[in-house]
Design a protein around this ligand. Sequence first.
Ligand SMILES: NC(=O)c1ccc[n+]([C@@H]2O[C@H](COP(=O)([O-])OP(=O)(O)OC[C@H]3O[C@@H](n4cnc5c(N)ncnc54)[C@H](OP(=O)(O)O)[C@@H]3O)[C@@H](O)[C@H]2O)c1
Length: 325
Amino acid sequence: MEISCFSSHLGWATCVLVLALLLRARRKGSWHPRMSPTDLTGKTAIVTGANCGIGKYVALDLAHRNARTILACSSRERGQAAAEEIQRATGNPNVPLRIVDLSNMASIRRFAKQIQQEEKRLDILVNNAGVSGLPFSITSEGLEQTFATNYLGPFLLTNLLLDTMKASAPARIVNVSSFVHFQGMVNMKHLTGEERTKNFHQTYRNTKLMNVLFTKELARRLQGTGVTANSLNPGIVKTQIMRHFNWLVRLLFSIAGIFLMSAEEGAASTIYCAVSEEVAGVTGKYFDSDCRLMLPSAAARDPGLARKLWEESERRTGLAESRGM
Ligand SMILES: NC(=O)c1ccc[n+]([C@@H]2O[C@H](COP(=O)([O-])OP(=O)(O)OC[C@H]3O[C@@H](n4cnc5c(N)ncnc54)[C@H](OP(=O)(O)O)[C@@H]3O)[C@@H](O)[C@H]2O)c1
């Protein structure tokens, strides 16, 4: 009896171990940034949310390739610490910090104006910053906080920087989405909180679907300009993304962390889209965490929905007015 009980436990333990090892093996992508010799001397890149997590490792890689790497962060203190760390690690002194709150459209306009005044070119824009687990809240500008940070902010920022990018072509825009976009849905009333999603998980999924739809429509509008736009899923990555969840979820995420990708590993698919030779000229596509081209969800491939979302976003951000539409 005792022997059979012991062997059944041993059986389970072996299964768990094998599964864990498979998960660990699976998390290693087929592409590594070291595989790309791309040198970015003379090029300028912006990475949003570059003070920690995936964004910091993306910025580190771009700085290592000698790009002028602008860290677009909401906190001066955290951003400065990251800038100094990246400068030390890469020996590249050209890693300036610029402050932007992506949930605030006025802050984004100020940031874009500063970039237009200071920078002669912009070759790579990585829309990486994001939040999850925030409770429903409306900003002073009448936008729902998570939708503003994860989707409307990057939408406005990208549009304001497009002329500079077109003048620097070939240039690349990279939007960090997630596999959870497969469970996302689009309701324009969510952007302003006129209607609420059923919970913050659904809010996050919806914003990540919007990232893919935005990328598709952006790529369509940029045809022939030499500026490409792609989105990706970084994988399940051990970062501070769960910081707004309760302590139990954070604890479980932290324990599960040994099986998850590190922030450095999780940065690979973003770096792939930003610098790899394979992605040169590729646009409107979605890449998985192992840097493989993948079909996004059916909703993410709906051109009518993408156009509708774009037009609504132009209205909500005031872009339509500034374009005299
Ligand atoms: N980790 C994952 O498993 C996973 C999976 C799929 C997709 N993603 C996506 O990957 C991207 C990076 O996330 P991460 O995992 O690296 O999380 P993270 O460690 O929490 O980093 C998020 C970054 O976004 C910044 N940010 C948040 N709100 C901002 C705002 N209003 N204005 C400017 N910056 C803001 C944060 O700055 P502060 O530190 O100053 O707040 C931080 O630098 C996100 O788009 C996320 O949705 C992550």
